[in-house]
Design a protein around this ligand. Sequence first.
Ligand code: FAD
Length: 487
Amino acid sequence: MGKEIQKVVILGGGTAGWMAAAVLSKSLTKLDITLVESDEIGTIGVGEATIPSLHFFNDLLGCNSSNFVKNTSGSFKLGIQFENWQKKDHSYFHAFGTTGFGMWAAGFHEYWSRGKTLGISKPFSDYNLEAKAAEMHKFAHDDKGLNFAYHIDASLYAKMLKQEAIKNGVTRVEGKVEKVNCQNDKGYISSLELQNGTVVTGDFFVDCSGFKGLLINETLKTPFVDLSHWLPMDSAITVQTELTEDPAPFTRSIAHHAGWQWRIPLQHRMGNGIVYSSQYMSDDEAEEILQSSVEGKSLTPTRKIKFKTGYREKLWNKNCVALGLASGFIEPLESTAIHIIQQGIMQLVKYFPTYGINDLEVAEYNDYMTNDYNEIKDFIILHYCQTEREDSDFWKFCKNMQIPSSLRRRMDLFQKTGRFVQNKNEIFVDSWLQVMIGQGLIPEQHHPLADELPEKELKEFLDNIENDINAKVNQLPSHAEYLKKIS
Ligand code: FAD
């Protein structure tokens, strides 16, 4: 393009739009940033569970954990309890911390695995501090060494980000975009025309317009990489209910015969939703399952959401970067969407084209973001394909589907040898071990280093970790007490 980029226009005022506005205005202070949003269209209003990478984003905005939880009426999240996933009436915990500790070339799971063959290992999560604290509903975040994320009220989060962005000089324009104008030569976007006649011009556009992707899709016609043959979920129904008990420091994910249901506890209410595949479950049946299983009085009407799983082939196309639902979506099983938005913003800051758009930078951005989507895709598929469930057509499909070769390789390597390989920049590491083992994928072998310990010493090693964790957990306050204290 060769022209200095000064004027950035963000289309959309949901979580993605305001996250982008807050960080771009804070870090690239010379930019002139305008955000266009439409009250009439509104936002999706979900997206309430997060993963620990959000700490980095909050640090960037100078927001500490206590203030964050207070401002979002949130709670702390130590992980996710998966119920009925491996089989019915079975549950396991995916915690954010690491499990035990390994020694040199052998990971902890290899010692645990040998202990299991000797009959001296407890369940894998008994060696994880966060999982134990969650089980006992305990929590404290200062100097207690717990890895955690948050449950948040999405509307309060957007409000908080908006205040920050406006304080940093972002201009907010209210109105519905009716027409997008492009330059004739290269097809770059040049301006947005609003229903009320306002024209907003820009050098660079960030599409945060939600599922429809008004710029990246409807204007630039960027192809979509469809992942629904692996992840057939395409529908969700949500409802907010009153709390019937103290908020737990974890999300619950409860599998059904063709989908799953979430429970996300906040300080003032419970967020509930069911995610399902319309191929295997009707909307009416899903609504019935949701309504009959929520605890507490409904505070909102139920809301249906339809979605498509996949991502844009180019997440940065011409002078437009897509963030949030405009860029793509993988179902919320591991609460990764806000994380992907954050990654997109960080990479955009890294490669921001101040002196003109360079194809090499665009390619780097697209590679990075595509890898992120694909790693998350593999991790989510693992939850479905590694199961003993065959009690419905849906679970039969999941158990027998042909999975991506990258995932097949990882699972086979782990099952046959006990080895686990971490990819560069991968967000989930220990999580893979917890979910593989939790879903019943138990290694057939372990590293020879684990055989170096005589059985008695191995038992002591395992017992010491467990006792140390129990002692730490005993000293923690309850999550409910802790929330009261900081709020
Ligand atoms: P939206 O919230 O849809 O915002 C779009 C914005 O664009 C709005 O402001 C709208 O007014 C504006 N807009 C659109 N068209 C126009 C127009 N023509 N003119 C002007 N303005 C326009 N993520 C997580 O990290 N954790 C979770 O637990 C989680 N749960 C989810 C559950 C479900 C069922 C779904 C579907 C998603 C979930 N997500 C979750 C994803 C998360 O909700 C989104 O990533 C996040 O809310 C960002 O949405 P967004 O800002 O991209 O889109």
